[in-house]
Write a protein that binds this ligand. Structure first.
Ligand code: ADP
Ligand code: MG
Length: 286
């Protein structure tokens, strides 16, 4: 039978916004020493905004946005949402729907599709094999490249922002003795830009979803007890690997299903409350 104190613990957790999906997670929370955070949508709001668009190789903005909108409207990533929203509000050019075939979402990298028998890739630098140097660009922006038959025709830059509670909470976690890590599929410079603002202990960037899980495993091999907190489809292998996996409110369905705990309120605050709380619950159970 489940001890009454555990049931009370689950009920209490729900009161401050944490849904306990796996009861053992309350005990596991008590033993954590390392907290790993996804970047986009976890430490940041994930409400991204398109701030710059460049076209290359004689492509027009109208052509680029028509094609990209038709592709991204089939995805749910914060990047996809931001691009579609931008296209909808961007009345400067007449965006038309393009007939897209064979669309495939490659999580953590981008989208590959066919348009008029041409291969279209929308995604990160490695995904489209773009070799140009980006050091002249702001470290704060996330990049999306658009390539047609391996030729880059567009560069879209998006801006995200930190959640207001991220910095004070990271400081609080560190004062409580937790080792705090950022784990992201975004590029190294952008990850470092945000990590520095937050004063994180470690940054792991440019990793694919399966590699996110491997990085959690590596930390565990160092003897660490690891919580992973994330929101995306790309985070679910890492959420499964962690000692405790936590899904953000509004996280993707797969993330929520994989997680041991899921947050029922926006932001990181409910997670900060479960840590001291799990210690109290365990004390009551003994
Ligand atoms: P994060 O770990 O920050 O949540 P992801 O692993 O989901 O990021 O994605 C890594 C990178 O892959 C993004 O920064 C972006 O360049 C690219 N990418 C992912 N999904 C998409 C998409 N739907 N459209 C375009 N690019 C994408
Ligand atoms: Mg994310």
């Amino acid at each position: 039978a489940i001890p009454l104190s555990t049931i009370a613990g689950v009920a209490r957790a729900a009161e401050f916004g944490v849904l306990v999906r796996n009861i053992d997670a309350l005990q596991a929370c008590n033993e954590l020493d390392t907290l790993v955070f996804d970047k986009t949508g976890t430490l940041t709001t994930g409400e991204m905004e398109v701030i710059n668009i460049e076209t290359l190789n004689c492509f027009t903005q109208t052509e680029l946005l028509s094609l990209v909108k038709s592709i991204e409207q089939q995805a749910t990533h914060p990047i996809a949402k931001a691009i579609v929203k931008f296209c909808d509000n961007h009345i400067a050019c007449e965006i038309e729907n393009r007939e897209i075939d064979k669309l495939q979402i490659i999580k953590g990298q981008g989208i590959i599709a066919t348009y008029q028998q041409q291969q279209v890739k929308v995604g990160n630098q490695k995904f489209v094999n773009f070799t140009a140097d980006l050091t002249a660009y702001s470290p704060a922006t996330t990049f999306v490249f658009v390539a047609i038959d391996e030729q880059v025709v567009g560069i879209i830059q998006l801006q995200d922002r930190l959640r207001p509670e991220s910095k004070p909470l990271i400081q609080q976690f560190q004062q409580q003795g937790y080792y705090c890590v950022m784990l992201t599929g975004d590029r190294q410079v952008t990850a470092e830009y945000y990590a520095q603002q937050l004063g994180l202990d470690q940054v792991i960037a440019e990793v694919l979803p399966e590699q996110k899980a491997e990085q959690i495993f590596k930390l565990q091999q160092q003897g660490r007890k690891v919580a992973m907190i994330g929101d995306g489809i790309n985070d679910s292998p890492a959420l499964a690997q962690a000692n405790v996996g936590i899904a953000m409110h509004n996280g993707s369905e797969i993330a929520i299903e994989t997680a041991d705990l899921s947050l029922m309120r926006k932001g990181l605050q409910p997670f900060a409350e479960i840590l001291p709380f799990s210690k109290r619950v365990m004390r009551n159970m003994q």
